[in-house]
Design a protein around this ligand. Structure first.
Ligand SMILES: [Zn+2]
Ligand SMILES: [Zn+2]
Length: 139
């Protein structure tokens, strides 16, 4: 397995396996990197993931999408910034090439606080959406 470094602080990622899914974390800035292979596995577990081998990442494109200057730790391709849920102001970065996703610590905190309704935080619903991310945030 490649020895990847955080694109922000050049620190080697620590690899953790949560529920059988490998997640990489930066011990310095708490950035979380989830490999595209793992993302695909997660999504397959959640719903039928109609991956178009030609290109589409499977994410719905929002207006907030734009390319950022940071590069994917794996393939050096510039990352795309996406809003996690429309109008949530929670962003993650996506590599169009390897489909890896990257959450920064600040975004994870916002995600943790985000209310999808007056009584429900997205965190409470996370088990269904993205079980591994819930465990990452709890850790
Ligand atoms: Zn870092
Ligand atoms: Zn990549």
């Amino acid at each position: 397995m490649q020895d990847l470094k955080c694109q922000k602080c050049n620190t080697h990622f620590v690899t953790e396996t949560i529920s059988g899914v490998t997640v990489k974390m930066c011990t310095k800035c708490r950035l979380v990197f989830i490999d595209g292979i793992e993302v695909t596995r997660l999504r397959e577990g959640h719903n039928a993931y109609n991956k178009d081998p030609g290109g589409s990442s499977g994410y719905e494109t929002t207006k907030a999408t734009h390319i950022v200057s940071e590069k994917c730790p794996r393939c050096e391709v510039e990352l795309r910034d996406e809003e996690y849920i429309q109008n949530s102001n929670i962003h993650f970065k996506l590599c169009d090439k390897c489909l890896s996703i990257i959450f920064e610590a600040g975004e994870l905190n916002k995600l943790k606080q985000y209310q999808i309704s007056p009584t429900t935080k997205i965190y409470d619903e996370f088990e269904e959406l993205f079980p591994v991310m819930k465990k990452v945030m709890a850790g």
